[in-house]
Every structure is written in structure tokens, then in C-alpha cells.
Design a protein around this ligand. Structure first.
Ligand code: GDP
Ligand code: MN
Length: 422
């Protein structure tokens, strides 16, 4: 057949592609003994890291060659492939995509839009993560869908398993109960792994160690407008650490005790910020508002900070990822509320976006010749839905929330006998 994309091992591995990749993978998997040591995991997952250097970076490097013939050929090839020179300066950033093999086609559709609307001008790399090995077909098809660099990697087992302090039979009962109550994903263990991974582990993946910024993308999401500037650069230059497009209310039965645990952590650790009032209802409870984390452009360094990590550890120990069904979205959001100031959180109003049935498409931008939005002909903007927290985000008054306010919120919750902690 025609030459397909050549994927190479990232480091220290033969560059030739084993003839029967599936069989080869299975043999490696059987030899593997998982331990709880992250460094060992890093070594163990090395055979699971596949990399493809896209034409964009490769040709641009060659175009800078001192040899005029090499340089000329590279520039000609870029012209032929319609590869736009990278708009400089680029930040140290990557797309991060947690995905299953069966979601390949949904992601191709998403990637097409992301590339056409934005990334063909910037050529940011993609990191694909999976709790199972990616198939040969997945890797080749996805690598062939962009001229950027792509890397496919396995998630360390420790980042996707039930910790030993969770009572598995109690967790199972909790899942049965939530499934019986018709709570969405209530009976799913893999969904809980996903939420916990996105809450406390993705930013610890060894391949993101030296990366500062990430853009989370999910299969099937749509991008409706051009983005003619670098959003990472925007964040970096404007002191932003977290961003969102859609903000909405969480389903209360998925997080019965999340707020109480968050308040307890805030009290003990003496956290204060001026974003917190966005999340607090007048009675000191959680108003359920959160930033929808299927879209995220944010600082990995913020997630890797001791303050975020200790918050995650508190929540993880509390057990709610398994005994309830805490989503990574309210976890990230409450962390932002607790640790960031309001002006470190950015609302990307100019990104036209759809996840599931919810759309954000700035009405004022529909006829904008620069954004070139192509939102569906008749659509409901989620901003106008009563479940949207955007009006609140725009109108709430940032004011410093201190330990005293936290103590007061806990006292009020206790008064209502709603506080679930000892
Ligand atoms: P929803 O947006 O809350 O409905 O959840 P999704 O089904 O979209 O999952 C969120 C993200 O995690 C998506 O990028 C999925 O592809 C990914 N995801 C969910 N469950 C799994 C899983 O078991 N394995 C892997 N590799 N990815 C998953
Ligand atoms: Mn989703």
C-alpha cells in the first residue's frame, strides 16, 4: 500500500515498526509488573510511547538549514503541502487528549476543525493519553490528520486505579445505588477513574513534565470560529492560569459532600481568594456553578503547585471520587475559587464551541469577518439557558473571601445540619 505515517518510539527504542504490533504489545504487557513507583512506571510505559514528528516542524527546521539546497527544497515542500510557517513566538504548550480507541472518528472531526480554525498557523503538538494501548489504526490515522507532532502514550496504572484506602465493596454499593437513582454515569467505575485522573493525575504524566500550558480537547467537540491569535500566549502575557468557555451548574447528587470537604480543606490551610464568592450561595453552600472542563486552556504549573496538590490529596482521601461521583469540573473550579483570583481566570468569549448539546457562540461575533463563525443556523446559546452561570460570572462582585468566611460558611452549614463531616 501507500507509505503510511511512520511512528517512532520516543527514546531508546528501535525505530522500525514491529510487524505485528498487537501481538508485540501483548507480550510486553504480560512481562510488565506494575509497581507503585512512578519512576518505574515511566520506564515501564516507555514502550508505550509512540511519536510522530509532523511535517510542519520537520520542514521548518530543514528550511533553516545552512545548506541552501536543503533549505530551498524544504521551503518548496512546505509550499506544496500548504504548511504555513509557525506564527512565532510559540509558548511551551500542548493539546492533551484523553481518549479511547473507539472514539477515533469523533476526534478526527474535532481535529479537522481545530486544525483549520487555529492550529495550522501554530502547529502545537498533541499528546494522546489512554488507559489502554492505542491501536495501530488509531495512531496512524490520527498522526496523518495533522502536520503537527503527535505523541501517543499509556497512562501509568497508578493514575487509573482504585487506591488502597477505598473499600471496594462499599464503592460498588455506592455505584449500584447511584445507578438505581438514575444518576448519569452513576454506575460506572471507568467514568470515576476518568474524573479522578483529570482531577489529580493528567498533569503528572511524565510526558508533560516540561510543558507549561495545555489545551484539553475531547472527541466530538466542535469549534465554530477562527482563532487568529495564540490563546496560550494570551494567557501567559495576561497573568491567566485557567480558562473556560461554558459555565453551568453541577448535578447535586454527584457531589453531596464535595463542598464540605473543600471548605474543611480551606479552613485548615487558610486559603483566601476573591473568586470564591462566584461559587457560594447566600446560605454558605455551593451554588453548583463550575467551569465546564471538557474545554480547558490552563497552566500545568498551577495544577502542579503544592497548593493544588494538597487540595487534590484532601479530596482523594475523602473518597468522594468513588463513594460519590465527583467530576473533575467542579474539582478544578472549586480549586480555582480557592486558589486563584478572579482576574487569573479567563472567559474565552471568542471561541465558538459545542460539547454534547451545549453551544457557546458569541451572538455579537456571528457577522464578524475575522472570527468567521459558522454556528448552526438555529441554535440556542447556552449563555441564555437558565442553567448557565455566565451571567453570574459577569456580574458577581469579586471580594476577598478569607478563613473567617470559610468558618462562617461551615457554621451556617452545621446550623442547617447539612455539614456532613465530623
Ligand atoms: P462527559 O463529557 O462527562 O459525558 O464524559 P466523556 O465520555 O466525554 O469523557 C470525558 C473524556 O474522557 C473524553 O475525552 C473521553 O474520551 C475520555 N474518557 C472517558 N472514559 C474513558 C476511559 O475509560 N478511557 C479513556 N482512555 N478515556 C476515557
Ligand atoms: Mn465529553
Amino acid at each position: 500500500g501507500p507509505p503510511s505515517v511512520l511512528l517512532t518510539r520516543l527514546e531508546g527504542w528501535p525505530t522500525s515498526f514491529p510487524a505485528n504490533l498487537t501481538e508485540y504489545r501483548e507480550s510486553v504487557l504480560q512481562e510488565m509488573e506494575w509497581t507503585s513507583d512512578l519512576d518505574k512506571h515511566t520506564a515501564e510505559i516507555a514502550p508505550w510511547v509512540w511519536h510522530h514528528q509532523g511535517d510542519a516542524d520537520r520542514l521548518q527546521l530543514l528550511a533553516q538549514s545552512a545548506d541552501p539546497e536543503t533549505s530551498r527544497k524544504a521551503r518548496e515542500e512546505m509550499w506544496r503541502l500548504k504548511i504555513m510557517p509557525t506564527l512565532e513566538p510559540r509558548t511551551n504548550a500542548s493539546f492533551v487528549v484523553l481518549i479511547r480507541n473507539r472514539e477515533m472518528n469523533e476526534f478526527r472531526a474535532t481535529m479537522r476543525q481545530l486544525e483549520d480554525r487555529f492550529n495550522h498557523k501554530f502547529h502545537y503538538p498533541y499528546l494522546f493519553l489512554n488507559d489502554e494501548p492505542f491501536t495501530d489504526e488509531f495512531m496512524r490515522t490520527i498522526a496523518a490528520s495533522t502536520t503537527s507532532n503527535v505523541t501517543f502514550a499509556l497512562i501509568p496504572r497508578d493514575h487509573w486505579s482504585v487506591p488502597e484506602f477505598i473499600d471496594e465493596s462499599q464503592a460498588l454499593m455506592a455505584r449500584h445505588k447511584m445507578a438505581a437513582d438514575n444518576i448519569i454515569y452513576g454506575g460506572s467505575l471507568s467514568y470515576r477513574h476518568m474524573c479522578r485522573f483529570n482531577s489529580g493525575f493528567f498533569y503528572k504524566h511524565p510526558l508533560l513534565k516540561d510543558i507549561d500550558w495545555y489545551w484539553r480537547v475531547e472527541p466530538g467537540v466542535e469549534f465554530y470560529c477562527d482563532l487568529d491569535y495564540d490563546p496560550f500566549k494570551y494567557m501567559q502575557d495576561n497573568g491567566k492560569l485557567y480558562s473556560f468557555v461554558i459555565t453551568l451548574k453541577e448535578l447535586e447528587p454527584t457531589i453531596p459532600s464535595l463542598w464540605d470537604h473543600a471548605l474543611a480543606h480551606m479552613l485548615v490551610n487558610n486559603r483566601s481568594s476573591d473568586l470564591m464568592p462566584f461559587f457560594v450561595s447566600p446560605d454558605g453552600g455551593y451554588n453548583l456553578c463550575h467551569f465546564w472542563s471538557n474545554f480547558e486552556i490552563a497552566s500545568l504549573n498551577w495544577f502542579r503547585s503544592p497548593a493544588y496538590e494538597s487540595f487534590f490529596q484532601s479530596l482523594d482521601r475523602a473518597g468522594g471520587f468513588f463513594m460519590e461521583r465527583w467530576g473533575d469540573a467542579p474539582v478544578h473550579s472549586i480549586a480555582a475559587g480557592m486558589l486563584l483570583n478572579h482576574d487569573q481566570v479567563h472567559f474565552f468569549d471568542d471561541i465558538g464551541y459545542k460539547h454534547a448539546d451545549f453551544i457557546h457562540c458569541n451572538r455579537g461575533s456571528l457577522a464578524d469577518p475575522i472570527l468567521k463563525c459558522q454556528c448552526p443556523l438555529a441554535f440556542e446559546n447556552f449563555d441564555d439557558n437558565e442553567g448557565s452561570c455566565l451571567p453570574k460570572f459577569k456580574s458577581f462582585k469579586p471580594s476577598l473571601w478569607t478563613t473567617r468566611d470559610t468558618a462562617e460558611a461551615i457554621r451556617m452549614a452545621r446550623g442547617r445540619r447539612l455539614f456532613k463531616l465530623a
